[in-house]
Design a protein around this ligand. Sequence first.
Ligand code: MRU
Length: 312
Amino acid sequence: MRTIDWVDGAVELVDQTLLPGECVTLRVHTVGELVAAIRRLAVRGAPALGVAGALGVVLADGDLAQIAALRAARPTAVNLAWGVDQAAAHLAGGRAAVLAAALRIRDDDIAACLAMGERGADLIEGDRLRIMTVCNTGGLAAVERGTALGVVQTLHERGRLAEVLVLETRPLLQGARLTTWELARMGAPHRLIADSAGPYLLAQGEVDAVLIGADRIAANGDTANKIGSYALALGAERAGVPFVVVAPESTIDPGTPSGEHIEIEDRGADEIVTIRGVRVAPEGTPALNPAFDVTPHDLISAIVTEQRVIRP
Ligand code: MRU
């Protein structure tokens, strides 16, 4: 299954807000619809956003204001702007050239995820591996297979996976809703945990490696990823457990020198004071909702891309 693709002159994507209850595919024909889909996280995850950005430039048909709006739809994952820029570089060649560039980005993403899976599985030592992960970094976050969860899939295919501990990933539950769905489909053993249980279970010796994805990797290796990643990195360091980032080269942003320069998306109070539409805090409760955090590079054991393994 492809999470995002170009079908009959439109962007086709799996609406991730409806999973795991329903697996519904949307056809998006305009940049406005695509921006709305990105903002409400119908399509999400850095590599998928890169492909969405590139395909969206085809929908924009040369309209620079629409291209700018698409590029700014979400700020933290550099892949969105990267995908838009890659496709927009072909505007002078007309729609066919832009489409060809966007389809190359789609195909490159599929190949990159396969390569990251192999390289990551080669890197992690051990035979009955217990992996901890946060958010969703699987096929749903890319076109196919994904990044950190792609490594998990390769480990599982090689018979080296004992279990995945999946952080639920408040507030939008990408771990509880999406990662568990993907692991069940691949037949991989897993258990869901509350986000706050992560560092404790690391300290208890329940985990052999933490594998996460990335939304933006600064030039010095500082890495923005889903909120909760930094707590896992601290817990992993204290427990002596490898903390490995898996991301394509397109997530590395040489224009951002270090983590403090990364813009962190705040998604507003509603997602915190409610859970799936049910209010959990008193009416009017103020809230803070950073969607990502930054793990400093010295807490990262390795960054695995489709081309290389980067060490601190
Ligand atoms: O807010 P989201 O769901 O788009 O956040 C996604 C993540 O933080 C992922 O870990 C990251 O994009 C890498 S996906 C392979």
